[in-house]
Each structure stands twice: as structure tokens, then as C-alpha cells.
Design a protein around this ligand. Sequence first.
Ligand code: PRP
Ligand code: MN
Ligand code: MG
Length: 184
Amino acid sequence: MTIMNKDVKKVLIDQETLQSRIKELGKEISKDYIAKDLLLICVLKGAVLFMADLAQNIEVPLEMDFMAISSYGNSTESSGVVRIVKDLETSIEGRDLLIVEDIVDSGLTLSYLSELLKGRGVRSLKICTLLEKPARKATDITIDYVGFQVPDEFVVGYGLDYAEKYRNLPYIGVLKEEVYQQNN
Ligand code: PRP
Ligand code: MN
Ligand code: MG
């Protein structure tokens, strides 16, 4: 049973659907990373719930690290200019990195981040995102693992926020227009 939040217009992906797709992704990743040196990179804060569930479904040895970045510009769309708020603690030279993201919208955050990390001498670098908005993709960045494609709506929950709220919802929902129109 999904407990609805009053600010959510509809549930786009329910908890069960999320979890079963994450299991599949975990299986696929486990197969691809046999005999590799897997390091999961969580892009804070949005990816934290997805990363926690995904990691529990990966059966090969792995390590985790966390990176916090912030994009300048207005709050609902990223500008492509990315500032590192918290860098990795692990040395990534010669390692097999998998960047874990909650959503690829324009793709600007990930294209910046993957170029930056490739420059540090990794052995391989792949990207796993829970959600992708195909209509909005402004870059030609390759995403290796995609959970779901979502329409161009204001989605929240399961890590995704609006003004830092709703990250704790166990499903992906669409926010009511009146919630973000009020604050603009
Ligand atoms: C969101 C989201 C992705 C990025 C996607 O993060 O979690 O990291 O934007 O946008 P893009 O593809 O257009 O670059 P946000 O900057 O809101 O930070 P957060 O994860 O802390 O919410
Ligand atoms: Mn993010
Ligand atoms: Mg955000």
C-alpha cells in the first residue's frame, strides 16, 4: 500500500515497480562486473536512496564513494556549470567506476562529471541512472544502465526533491502544479 502525499498529483512509478527494476539492474551490473574493481559513485543528494537499494542487489565485491556537486543558475534547471561541493575520498586511478544518478535531465551534470573523473585515470567509467527524461537530453552522453524513461513532468520522491522536500517518498510521483507555482 502506497501512502499518498498531499502535494503529489499522481504516482508515476510505485514502490514495487521501482524495487523489481532495481533488482534487474543489480543482476545486469553483477554480470558485467565479474573480476572487475567496482567502485560505485553516488551523486549526492538525489542518488542516495537508489544507490542504497541498488548496492544491495549487486553480488560482486564493490566499494562506495560519494560526491556532492551543485550546478549554478536557477533552481529547477541545471546550467551545466558544476561546482564540486564534496569530492571523492577514494583514489580512482585504474579502477572501474560506475556513477549512480537518480535522474538525467539535460545530461549536463553527468557530462561534466564523467569528463572530470575520466581525467583522473580510471580504467573504465559507466553510468547508471534510475530515471531519464529523453525529451530533455541536451548532450550526447552515453548512459549505460537506465531504470525508466519518464515524461517531461515535475517528478519527486525516492531521492528526487523539490526545494529539498519529498526525497523520502518511497515512489516516484508527479508534483501538483500549485506546489511549485506558489513559490515562484
Ligand atoms: C538533479 C538530479 C541530477 C541532476 C540532473 O540534482 O539529481 O543530479 O539534477 O540534471 P541535469 O541532467 O539537467 O544536469 P540537483 O542539482 O537538483 O541536486 P540534488 O541531487 O542534491 O537534488
Ligand atoms: Mn542530483
Ligand atoms: Mg535537486
